[in-house]
Write a protein that binds this ligand. Sequence first.
Ligand SMILES: *Cc1c(COP(=O)(O)O)cnc(C)c1O
Length: 378
Amino acid sequence: MRINFNVPPFTGKEFDYIKECVEAQKICGDGKYTALDNEWIEKKTGVTKALLTTSCTHATEMAAILAGIKEGDEVIMPSFTFVSTANAFALRGARIVFVDIRPDTMNIDETKIEAAITEKTRAIVPVHYAGVGCEMDTIMDIAKRHNLLVIEDAAQGVMSTYKGKALGAIGDFGNYSFHETKNYSMGEGGALLLKDATYVDDAIIIREKGTNRTLYKLGKVDKYSWIEIGSSYLPSDMNAAYLYAQLQLADEINQNRLKSWNRYYDAFRDMAEKGLIELPYVPAECVHNAHMFYIKCKDFEERQGLIDYLKSNGILPASHYIPLHSSKAGLRFSEFRGEDKYTTKESERLLRLPLYYNLKEEDLDEVVMRVKEYYRFT
Ligand SMILES: *Cc1c(COP(=O)(O)O)cnc(C)c1O
């Protein structure tokens, strides 16, 4: 492929920071760079505590443990999401309850949540698709009235806001991803965001294999031991070092991505006005981070034709997600409550175009040209 779908972000300082870890012989978790990353997230989002993790998947698993999710509990989320959103709760024995999405943002339809709540419901998991915030005021209000926890899957939402508040810092728990395909990366990694102090001590224990090793290192206990269930959710400081190089340049990376996003948007406006494709929608209360640029084709067949056409021209687009409720595991662990009016239909016509830090303008323009060629639009 000449124009790849994704190129992992690299700013130049990564090697220096990793070298520093190696030379200092401090490569395990919770070193200098892990602390710097945590602090950056806390400053940026205003949460009480951010804990760097081995992935967003693991941050979500930690949130599920902290929320006390157990066998038979129900957790409400959209079916149009990555498997990890559901898996973390299925691992605790919960039943996953899907509700439909809004076709405009592809986010959970906040007006469908209340009808799906039963006495078994424990949590709502909004997913901020493409880094565009869900209707959080409504979701937080529903959660409050029904005494439910809110766990934000903000994997794609670093640097995005809803009504001025950072995504991931609105619910009880927020989860970030620093996977290679996300805006800021450490290869594999993520973070758990804790809005207030309630869960901080338990979160630290769960992240350290269920032990109080952190207290031991601080000299607060003289032996460390097994306190509760947990796992190894602590990333190496070398990965944290890679990430820090990008967090230091977060504004620049964000601006660069937004520039590409806007260039796509402006270039496709005419096609959208003619009704050939649909473009993403960003509600007025949301500031997004250009995590992805997608278009919507008429249907599955038209999208497949476009994928083939772009690939034959050396351009790699991406499509996702196969709705979880229709997947093999979904049939076992979940159910769709209410009508699937948009989830399946909209997922089949959405196509993501190449977008990454420092995507060349001429490459972007070529992607636009090929899409227009496919539609014979001039
Ligand atoms: C990427 C992603 C995840 C998983 O992130 P990892 O860090 O790879 O575990 C979860 N949810 C959503 C919505 C994602 O986009």
